[in-house]
Write a protein that binds this ligand. Structure first.
Ligand code: ZN
Length: 647
């Protein structure tokens, strides 16, 4: 039963007609292309663009799409000439790096490294507009920062090198996204493929009769040797890769992104939607995963090549920006407060048929790094919410910080070394900020803080995206300060432990991995363990079965393989665990969040939690007075492979 194709293209024709009506003839329209979620208008008369500052914005408003204006290739200045003109036009205070200008010839874009991107794209993008009119190239500013992210430039290089393919891909995707809807207002179903009544391999399939979207595709690194437990249920019949319209990744933790590259290994060539910081952070995390598994002789079902392919198909989305991802689905990401770039996903389905909010991992209180999670959405009928700490109350951050400071003080008084194992993303940066401030204020004596490589790269990514950080950090970075650096912070370049560092006493070492499952933190522990003046401080969750958990639970001798020999190492250093630094909401915050989400959802599905955590939370939500008084949402705790029809 296929309706007439001519009829189907009607909507697209209507759309094009609406756009063309708005374009002044003197611009000399040459082409309109659908490039991914964007509608791109190519014009020949670049000088005339200067007069129409608001054109793209006005068209976007009219057709409710993301609109970009570009100049046809033959009407652009040659790159060398354009480069000189850009340097001339940009205000001196912007701080353009003359060696940081890269041209993407296929797209007609120019990436410009600049100290203050606001000078190029701020205040209605006047400067960007002027540069477009004078050179024919559209400026994409990249913040240059004293801590430069290597990953960002790897990403840019990778994309620039294959820019021709990228354009072809975006146009193919654009056609697909803007295809006409055959079935209007039909069902909306969600199926948990992983991360329901468990933590570690989050994946949700959202289906309408028209399209299919995957929310997260995580990998449980704790059970990596057993694919049955480590990978989500990808093989179910309803998930054929050629039918998949897109993958939306909430944040860069491996239990949410760890298996996305496998899609590309098996031929998927569709988009992954992420925020910009998530794009870089997920590359760091996935490459590190390959490194760590390889070094420990374990199997991982994809390679660097699949990560590159994934990157080539990645589309970035800013917070609060509506993006078409399928003919009947619009995606908007909101701040989740969990780690840099983490997002709460809002899906608007079928012209108002149904609205889903999926929290991913979220923190419903302010942290040193981030604002608390967003609660206000245009509409929401179904809320899919994480419940990791559904049965747990955490200490406040103030208490947690005080504990950390006390431990550092005590250890330095007895001339010891403090070892803090961290996850590369999130807690490491927060600990750096706390210690930095405490030393500045004299709350702890000044001493060297050694920070291991991976954490440094992630910190650099933080300084690249101040607009994703909380207000005080953002303003500090805008004012040219860098709260992540100081004279006593010492980056360590090598990925292995340096014995000379532990001779510097007192001092602090921050290193991965957070649960002592590998990485330099384990090597440093081996060097520090036998001296009772030293301290080991856990600041994150220690999963069952990890070395971190064993030591936290009281193991006072551990065995390690050192240069092919098994060595028994006595644990004599002091061991502490601080619980209040979590990036997840605790029970109180989860309840508060469910009450505060506006408008109120009709259904709440709980995921991302051990069964007891989720059932405890469900009971509390069902009996909550405030929720009861305002319409009492239905609370469900689905199992993996349960499909729930939302309409
Ligand atoms: Zn997470």
């Amino acid at each position: 039963m296929k309706p007439d194709r001519i009829l189907l293209e009607k909507n697209k024709l209507e759309l094009l007609k609406n756009i063309m009506e708005e374009i002044p003839p003197e611009l000399e329209l040459s082409n309109i292309e659908f490039e991914g979620p964007f509608i791109v208008i190519y014009v020949r008369n670049r000088e005339a663009i200067e007069k129409y500052l608001d054109l793209a914005q006005n068209i976007a408003k009219k057709v409710r799409k993301r609109v970009v204006i570009r100049v046809s290739p033959e009407n652009r200045l040659p790159p060398e000439e354009a480069k000189e003109l850009i340097k001339l036009l940009a205000p001196k205070d912007a701080g353009i790096d003359p060696n940081g200008i890269y041209f993407d010839e296929a797209l007609g874009e120019v990436w410009v490294k600049v100290e203050k991107p606001g000078y190029l794209v701020g205040r209605g993008s006047m400067m960007r507009h002027l540069i477009l009119a004078k050179t024919g190239w559209r400026v994409i500013p990249q913040r240059s920062s004293p801590l430069e992210s290597k990953t960002l430039y790897e990403v840019l290089n990778n994309v620039l090198k294959q820019s021709g393919y990228r354009v072809e891909y975006l146009r193919r995707l654009g056609e697909r996204i803007h295809r006409d809807v055959i079935y209007r207002n039909n069902y909306v179903k969600v199926t948990g493929l992983g991360g329901f009544r468990e933590v570690g391999r989050s994946a949700i399939l959202v289906e309408t009769r028209e399209s299919k979207i995957l929310l997260d595709l995580g990998l449980n690194t704790g059970t990596i040797d057993d694919p049955n437990k480590a990978y989500p249920f990808l093989e179910i019949d309803s998930l054929r890769l050629e039918e998949l319209d897109g993958v939306v990744v909430t944040h860069a933790h491996l239990d949410h992104v760890g298996l996305v590259p496998i899609l590309y290994k098996y031929g998927y060539r569709g988009p992954v939607y992420v925020t910009k910081p998530t794009r870089e952070l997920m590359i760091v995390m996935l490459k590190d995963l390959i490194d760590v598994t390889r070094r420990s002789g374990r199997y991982i079902p994809f390679s660097e090549r699949d990560i590159s392919t994934m990157l080539l198909h990645t589309i970035t989305v800013d917070y609060d920006e509506v993006t078409d991802v399928a003919p009947d689905i619009k995606l908007t990401m909101y701040n989740a407060g969990h780690i840099l770039g983490s997002a709460i996903v809002h899906l608007h389905i079928g012209m108002g048929l149904h609205n889903i909010v999926y929290t991913g991992d979220f923190k419903y209180s302010e942290t040193r790094l981030l604002n608390k999670a967003n609660t206000v959405f245009p509409r929401v009928e179904t809320l899919i919410m994480e419940g990791t700490y559904g049965a747990t109350l955490q200490e406040s951050r103030i208490q947690a910080e005080q504990q950390l400071i006390d431990i550092v003080k005590r250890t330095s008084d007895r001339n010891g070394v403090v070892l803090i194992p961290v996850f590369a993303v999130g807690r490491g940066q927060e600990i750096i900020l706390i210690l930095n401030e405490a030393m500045k204020n004299g709350r702890i004596p000044r001493m060297n803080i050694y920070v291991e490589g991976l954490v440094n790269e992630v910190t650099a990514i933080h300084t690249q995206y101040p607009e994703y950080l909380n207000k005080s950090l953002r303003e500090a970075i805008y004012n040219g300060e860098n709260p992540f650096t100081s004279e006593w912070l010492k980056p360590i370049e090598t990925g292995v432990a340096r014995p000379d560092i532990i001779e510097d006493k007192p001092s602090i070492i921050i290193a991965t991995s957070g649960m002592l499952t590998g990485g330099p933190a384990v090597d440093y522990l081996r060097l520090l363990a036998s001296d009772e003046r030293n301290s080991l401080v856990f600041v994150g969750y220690q999963a069952e079965g990890t070395l971190g958990r064993k030591i936290k639970d009281g193991a006072r001798e551990i065995t390690m393989v050192v240069e092919n020999k098994v060595e028994a190492i006595p644990i004599k250093l002091e061991v502490y665990s601080i619980e209040g630094f979590s990036g997840h909401s605790d029970q109180r915050e989860l309840l508060e969040y469910a009450r505060d989400v506006s408008p109120r959802p009709r259904k709440i599905l709980l995921n991302h939690g051990e069964p007891t955590a989720l059932s405890t939370l469900a009971t509390l939500l069902r009996s909550d007075k405030e929720l009861k008084s305002k319409g009492r949402p239905e609370v469900l705790v689905p199992n993996i492979l349960d499909t729930i029809n939302l309409t």
